[in-house]
Ligand binder design. Structure first.
Ligand code: ADP
Ligand code: MG
Length: 317
C-alpha cells in the first residue's frame, strides 16, 4: 500500500477502535484465512461466577440435597459431615492465593454465602491444572482430573457430575480433601453478546473459525456450539505453554492465521500468528505481543480489522 493508503486505513481503524501496529500489519490482515479465538475473556466475558457446589460423601456418591442433609443424618463418619459450605470453604481457602478468574469466582462465591475464607498454610499453583494447598493442616486440591490423578486421588466417582456441568458449558473443578474426593465446584462465564455474529460474519467471508482453550473438551464444545464454531475446529485442554505450538501447527497446514486472545497465556500464540489480535481489556503482555488491539473488546471488530485491511489494499491496486 502507498503511505497515504496506509495512513487512511490506520485512521479508519482507530476510529473504529481497531488499533493496527504499523502499516505492514494492515497489509497482512487481508490474507487471513483462519481466525483462532481464545475462549475465556475473548469469546466470553471472562467474568466467572460460582454456579454449583456438589458434595461427595464417604462412599464417593454425590449427596443429593447437598451437605445439609448429610449433616443432619445420624451417620457418624466425619467425611459424611462435610457440608456444601465445608467443601466451598476449603476450595475458597485453597484458591485465595490464586489470581486465576476461576479461583476468584470461587472465593467471591464463598464470601457471598457468608463463608469465612481462611488463609491457607501453604499454597502451590499448578498452571493449567489447578491449585494445591494446606488448609487447617489438611491437603486441599482444587482443579481438573489430571491434578487429582497426579496427586493420587481418583476423580472417576465424580465423572457423571462433571459431565453434566460441562455439558452446560460450565467449568467444573474437583475438590479433594486429605487425599479423598470431597466435591465438585463449578464456575460459569457469559458468552459475549456479539460472539455468534462475529463467527457468522467471518464464515460468510470464507474464513475458517477455530477455538483454542485450556478448558476441558466438553465445556469448550458447549461454548463453541453456542457461537457457531464447528466441534472439529475446537482445540481444548491446551496447556498454556502449548498454545503457540497449536497455532504453529495450524499455520504449518499453509493457513494464514489470526490469533485473538486476551491472556498472558495467549501472548506467545499472538506473537507467532500471521496476525496477533489482542482484546483491549486484556493483559498488557497480550497487547504487547499483538499486532492489532481491539479497544472495544468486541469480537465483531475482528471482522472490521480484516475488512479495513481488505478495503485499504483494494483501493490502491
Ligand atoms: P484457560 O485457557 O481457560 O485460561 P487454564 O489453562 O488457565 O485455562 O486452565 C486450564 C484448566 O485447569 C481449567 O479449565 C481448570 O480446570 C484448571 N485450572 C486452572 N487453574 C485453576 C485454578 N486456580 N483452580 C481450579 N482449576 C484450575
Ligand atoms: Mg483468555
Amino acid at each position: 500500500a502507498t503511505p497515504a493508503a496506509t495512513m487512511v486505513g490506520t485512521a479508519i481503524g482507530a476510529q473504529n477502535g481497531v488499533l493496527f501496529k504499523g502499516g505492514d500489519v494492515l497489509e497482512r490482515a487481508k490474507d487471513v484465512d483462519t481466525v483462532v479465538f481464545d475462549k475465556t475473556g475473548t469469546l466470553t466475558e471472562g467474568e466467572m461466577e460460582l454456579t454449583d457446589v456438589v458434595v461427595f460423601d464417604a462412599d464417593d456418591q454425590p449427596v443429593p440435597d447437598g451437605g445439609a442433609a448429610a449433616a443432619d443424618s445420624d451417620t457418624p463418619a466425619i467425611r459424611d459431615r462435610l457440608t456444601e459450605d465445608d467443601v466451598l470453604g476449603l476450595a475458597a481457602a485453597a484458591e485465595s492465593g490464586s489470581e486465576h478468574p476461576l479461583a476468584r469466582a470461587i472465593v467471591e462465591g464463598a464470601e457471598e454465602r457468608g463463608i469465612d475464607v481462611v488463609d491457607p498454610d501453604e499454597f502451590e499453583n499448578v498452571p493449567g491444572h489447578g491449585v494445591r494447598a494446606t488448609v487447617d493442616g489438611g491437603e486441599v486440591l482444587v482443579g481438573n482430573r489430571k491434578l487429582l490423578r497426579d496427586n493420587g486421588v481418583d476423580p472417576a466417582p465424580a465423572a457423571e457430575t462433571m459431565e453434566r456441568l460441562e455439558k452446560e458449558g460450565k467449568t467444573a473443578m474437583l475438590v479433594a480433601y486429605e487425599g479423598a474426593l470431597a466435591g465438585v465446584v463449578a464456575d460459569a462465564d457469559t458468552v459475549k453478546a456479539s460472539a455468534e455474529e462475529a463467527v457468522a460474519a467471518l464464515r460468510e467471508r470464507g474464513i475458517d473459525v477455530m477455538m483454542i482453550t485450556g478448558d476441558n473438551e466438553r465445556t469448550a464444545r458447549a461454548v463453541a456450539e453456542r457461537v457457531g464454531i464447528d466441534p472439529e475446529n475446537v482445540r481444548a485442554e491446551v496447556l498454556p505453554e502449548d498454545k503457540s505450538s497449536a497455532v504453529e501447527a495450524i499455520q504449518a497446514e499453509g493457513r494464514e492465521a489470526m490469533m485473538v486472545g486476551d491472556g498472558v497465556n495467549d501472548a506467545p500464540a499472538l506473537a507467532v500468528a500471521h496476525v496477533g489480535t489482542a482484546i483491549g481489556s486484556g493483559t498488557d503482555v497480550a497487547i504487547e505481543a499483538a499486532d492489532v488491539t481491539l479497544m472495544r473488546d468486541d469480537p465483531v471488530d475482528v471482522v472490521k480489522a480484516i475488512r479495513i485491511s481488505d478495503a485499504t489494499l483494494q483501493k490502491i491496486k
